[in-house]
Design a protein. Sequence first.
Length: 74
Amino acid sequence: MICGITTNHCCETTARIGGNLGYTVYFAVDATHTFDRADLEGGLISAAELSRITAINLHDEFATVVLSHELLNH
């Protein structure tokens, strides 16, 4: 299970490496945290949007994206 800081950096990288190495990876997206980031045009991408995009990038390819309560109920 992946949790921690920063969702779109360390956490996403760990999930990708684990998935590529053949591990079963669960990415508890609500147990990660990230920060707003400036985009290349000077705008701002919210932390919530970065988390959502990370979940989309990972799910069913590198990891199974879940909410923490789903893992705790098993």
